[in-house]
Ligand binder design. Structure first.
Ligand code: AMP
Length: 397
């Protein structure tokens, strides 16, 4: 069966068409600037990228363009929409309502809408994407795969914040965590890679990308994770602050006469390694600048590694041990210096990092020495494949 995986943002849409028998990507791409002007980047497997500028007033036109590209006589990979067996949608927030992926029904849509206030930037866009797909493919089964679902196994002491309990009762303010599809995929693959039962392993997954989150996985279940009610919490990221003293918000607001929206914009878009370096959110730019002697770029990278290591150490304590520390996502899969610097702090856990592994990129590998008590691994994430697998499972049940 071919499965179309859709990841909708407010003005963008990423897609992959995956053959679930072979797990091969038949075509992939993205629509950008939806609602502004519109641009489709389409890439059939093994062929050149095609870029088409065309009006996309809404997500519906964008999805129509994607479907047309997939069926194009010259560069398409399917002849008709009958060859799309199911659509898997990434949905950011499932609140406490969804502990697993689900086939989309009218009731599910209502429940997803009820989670909108928990992710006002993301969930409405996900819903628009689902509605647009349903309008164009009314008879194709659709599945929602939630970023938060994997973390619903966290115990109460891990998800409750130290604020009045009534805010949890009234508004469901608690830790939810994100990147769940990635943490689940990578922790499962870790067990396969090590040839050990998932139930026997204590794993810490470091998903380090433009957004970063770390997850403690005990016996295949998420027991803690660094992102919280929103993806702003945790380690500093590309442009997000991560953990700060909450009183900083009031302090800066008063000093600079800013309202809460302006403060949130600073914490989401002008902070993290970008904010500290004043240069870039991209770790490659920071590495190059640090090498040329830029002290702030060096500091941003060092502070990032330090914060990651502190959380990893905390999760080893939370699980009373750790068997494997796993790096994944853009920075985790590519930046050997970040991996090495993080591991430098973890010697007391029994981590012996193999210096020679720093050049390994984007493929499964062991990064620790053979006598390291804790395994350090690189396991590339693949959220689209994980969504396609979940979708197949649910539509063939
Ligand atoms: P992601 O959000 O997982 O797509 O990761 C994106 C981030 O990965 C980029 O912003 C870069 O900072 C980082 N990245 C990608 N490739 C490399 C690389 N070769 N070396 C260092 N960092 C990289």
């Amino acid at each position: 069966m071919n499965i179309l995986v859709i990841n909708c943002g407010s003005s963008s849409l990423k897609f992959q068409l995956i053959n679930s028998d072979t797990e091969a990507v038949l075509a992939k791409g993205l629509c950008e600037r939806i609602g502004i002007d519109g641009r489709l980047v389409y890439q059939p497997a093994g062929k050149e990228k095609e870029i088409t500028e065309a009006a996309m007033p809404t997500h519906k036109e964008a999805i129509q363009m994607v479907l047309d590209a997939l069926m194009n006589a010259k560069t398409g990979v399917i002849k008709s929409l009958d060859e799309v067996g199911a659509v898997g949608h990434r949905v950011v927030h499932g609140g406490e309502k969804f502990a697993s992926s689900t086939v989309i029904t009218a009731e599910v849509m209502k429940a997803v809408e009820e989670c909108n206030d928990l992710a006002p930037l993301h969930n409405p866009a996900n819903i628009i994407g689902i509605e647009a797909c349903k309008a164009l493919m009314p008879n194709t089964p659709m599945v929602a795969v939630f970023d938060t679902a994997f973390h619903q196994t966290m115990p109460e002491e891990a998800y409750i914040y130290g604020i009045p309990y009534k805010y949890y009762e009234q508004y469901k303010v608690r830790r939810y965590g994100f990147h769940g599809t990635s943490h689940s995929f990578v922790s499962k693959r870790t067990a396969e890679y090590l040839g050990k039962p998932l139930e026997s392993l204590k794993t810490i997954v470091c998903h380090l990308g433009n957004g970063s989150s770390i997850c403690a996985v005990n016996g295949g279940k998420s027991v803690d994770t660094s992102m919280g009610l929103t993806p702003l919490e945790g380690v500093m990221m590309g442009t997000r602050s991560g953990n700060i003293d909450p009183a900083i918000m009031e302090f800066i607001a008063k000093k600079e006469n800013l309202d809460i929206d302006a403060i949130m914009n600073i914490l989401n878009k002008e902070s993290g390694v970008y904010g500290v370096s004043g240069l870039s959110s991209d770790f490659r730019d920071l590495e190059n600048a640090a090498e040329e002697g830029n002290a702030k770029a060096k500091l941003a990278r060092e502070a990032f590694c330090y914060q990651v290591a502190k959380i990893v150490g905390g999760y080893a304590a939370a699980m009373n041990g750790v068997d494997a520390i796993v790096f994944t996502a853009g920075v985790g899969e590519n930046d050997g210096i970040v991996r090495k610097e993080v591991c430098k702090y973890l010697g007391y856990l029994g981590v012996q990092y193999d210096e020679a592994s720093s050049s390994v990129r984007g493929k499964e590998a062991t990064l620790s020495t053979s006598d390291s008590k804790v395994k350090v691994l690189l396991i590339p994430t693949n959220e689209e494949l994980a969504i396609a697998r979940e979708t197949l499972l649910l539509v063939t049940k």
